[in-house]
Write a protein that binds this ligand. Structure first.
Ligand SMILES: Cc1cc2nc3c(=O)[nH]c(=O)nc-3n(C[C@H](O)[C@H](O)[C@H](O)COP(=O)(O)OP(=O)(O)OC[C@H]3O[C@@H](n4cnc5c(N)ncnc54)[C@H](O)[C@@H]3O)c2cc1C
Length: 238
């Protein structure tokens, strides 16, 4: 059963910068003392009566209980209200949010093979889902195509590459628009890369997260290849 949405309070316990202009914050739950959520869900941070910003939970849910700590991760380059709130997070600061929210989640009875497509910071909910699948020992083949403008923008790339080395059925394809000669991965745009790599959509369920334009184009491409529209789940960040 889906966890109930509620007002929450938490205290920042650590802040890190996993990539330039990207901040990650660990939040220790205060009220409730632990948060029940599904991998891929997000929380809503209030800035006024009708102004909120959404942040996906990067950490996977705990396996057997609600989570006493959740991690959020944000690209702070947009530099609006949400980015500035994130930049001000320091250990000890108390934060308020509403959650958990959203349906970009892994269904426990899902029988299909996942194709994850992340545009830049869209990797955040996918990280939570991958962590959850790993912890649950779901070992069917999965593929992640992660795109950023340059290698430094591939948030969590080290952890994802390490996961791909450990889990034989997990194919990880990081792609960048531009890089120096040291870059050994793929180069190009995201939609064209999906078009090139995903030629057979039989038995796939897709999770696409990032900007609206990319989501539309990836979905159109997968549907044209034969996927049911409903088999393409998406989370629009911008
Ligand atoms: C369901 C959901 C989950 C989200 N999860 C995350 C998350 O985990 N991490 C995260 O960083 N953001 C996430 N976002 C986006 C987040 O809510 C804010 O929109 C973002 O942080 C920018 O807020 P801001 O107030 O700093 O800038 P704003 O003033 O709101 O935005 C300025 C402009 O930048 C555009 N924009 C916003 N984000 C980006 C981006 N990353 N790249 C390019 N353009 C952008 C906006 O569309 C707007 O035009 C999520 C959004 C949704 C709807």
């Amino acid at each position: 059963m889906a966890a109930k949405v509620r007002e929450c309070r938490a205290r920042v316990s650590a802040v890190r910068s996993p990539a330039p202009d990207v901040l990650e914050a660990d939040l220790d739950m205060v009220d409730p003392p632990a948060l029940e959520f599904e991998a891929g869900q997000w929380v809503s941070v209030p800035f006024g009566p009708k102004t909120v910003r959404a942040y996906s939970i990067a950490s996977p849910p705990s396996l057997f209980a609600a989570s006493a700590r959740v991690t959020l991760c944000a690209d702070v380059a947009p530099d609006g209200l949400g980015s500035r709130w994130f930049r001000d997070l320091r250990p000890g600061v108390e934060v308020r949010f509403k959650g958990p929210l959203g349906g970009f989640v892994w269904a426990s009875a899902e029988p299909r093979r996942p194709l994850f497509v992340a545009e830049e910071i869209g990797i955040v909910p996918i990280c939570s889902i991958l962590g959850w699948l790993g912890a649950r020992g779901v070992d069917r083949p999965a593929r992640l195509i992660q795109w950023a403008r340059e290698p430094a923008g591939l948030v969590y790339a080290t952890e994802l590459a390490s996961l791909a080395r450990r889990v034989s059925g997990f194919a990880y394809d990081p792609v960048v628009r531009s890089a120096d000669a040291a870059w050994r991965g793929l180069r190009g745009e995201l939609v064209e890369t999906v078009e090139r790599l995903v030629t057979d959509v039989t038995g796939l369920v897709a999770y696409v997260a990032g900007g609206e334009a990319t989501i539309h184009r990836v979905r159109a491409l997968l549907v044209a290849r034969g996927m049911d529209r409903k088999a393409v789940k998406w989370e629009k960040f911008w």
